[in-house]
Design a protein around this ligand. Sequence first.
Ligand SMILES: Cc1cc2nc3c(=O)[nH]c(=O)nc-3n(C[C@H](O)[C@H](O)[C@H](O)COP(=O)(O)O)c2cc1C
Ligand SMILES: Nc1ncnc2c1ncn2[C@@H]1O[C@H](COP(=O)(O)OP(=O)(O)OP(=O)(O)O)[C@@H](O)[C@H]1O
Length: 327
Amino acid sequence: MVMEVIRIDYLHVQENLPKSSCCIGFFDGLHTGHQALLENCIAKAKELNIQSGLITFDPDPWKIFFPDCVCRHITTLEDRIHLASVMGIEVMYVITFSKDFAALDVDAFHILLKKMNVAHITCGFDFKYASKNTGNVDTISSQNYFDVSVIASVNSKNEKISSSRIEPLIQSGKMDLANELLGYMYSIEGVIEHGFKRGSTLLKFPTANLGANPDYLMPSSGVYAGFVYVDDTFYGAMINVGNNPTFENTKISIEAHIFDFDQDIYERQVRFFFLKKTRNEIRFDGFEALKKQLQSDIVTCKNVILYEKQYVAKTASLWDAKVFEFK
Ligand SMILES: Cc1cc2nc3c(=O)[nH]c(=O)nc-3n(C[C@H](O)[C@H](O)[C@H](O)COP(=O)(O)O)c2cc1C
Ligand SMILES: Nc1ncnc2c1ncn2[C@@H]1O[C@H](COP(=O)(O)OP(=O)(O)OP(=O)(O)O)[C@@H](O)[C@H]1O
């Protein structure tokens, strides 16, 4: 089912929006904490026989307040729309974020939700909203326009699972931990570009170089077992992030050697999925030594992928993909 995406200009809210049970927040990553909110929101919608919705904001509030900030995220708005849809949300409300919207007081914020025909709101225990974050679970629970469910903290190791907790895990290469909190494999979308062609000529290890969408968080340098998603299929791969110190590249690249794959995918839009980091990037004494290491990386990365089969299948189903079985 294709999800409906409705842009909301808070000054001109459409009339006759369907009655809905909504969860609300930025929801970067739609991690396992967020997923608890979605479950409650969808259950309420079913109980009340109304639509389930997710209310989010765009552009990124940080960008509005700090226009020069490099705001990288776990997911783009498009990813959040896709993931929310496969997780069962029927309509996505994207409120256009602006300084004026952020200045709404608590009561004006409640009236906006009422105008949007929201009958039930699901939010987390630490939800903050309205001007200077004056709104919280006490204020939202004491208004009379709609009902509210407050979800208790979803924790891992006694600490709240949050986007800001997952971000440094991705950036430091602790991908297995990041993925555990996300509930699926982290991914970066982009277009395949031309590299220096040393992979296919000198090393005999062709690699697909990702021109990554700059909105995503960059994993730290190193080698990762993962996948390249192309043509509705997850192809097992070993991915290198770094500046190839053996060749002293000046720029960081993200490249994948895809197992049992010989298609031309230049200029194609693809997505790289990161399962687990297997080693740091190393400066080798010549390309023969690097070649030898790559042979052993294949074995390591294939084993990691086979070990995590169930987990891989779960992520593939979120992206409507089939998993190609390498030799
Ligand atoms: C799995 C994998 C691991 C890699 N590990 C290293 C490494 O440890 N050190 C390094 O200098 N380059 C490493 N590389 C990058 C190679 O140097 C790179 O693939 C080669 O220079 C080809 O680059 P090109 O596609 O720009 O021609 C690795 C590449 C892959 C796919
Ligand atoms: N682990 C969690 N348990 C319960 N509620 C959560 C959890 N994480 C987020 N929420 C709730 O989900 C909604 C969206 O939150 P938000 O987008 O701020 O996520 P976050 O992970 O807390 O992000 P950040 O780390 O940037 O604060 C809010 O209502 C928030 O209270």
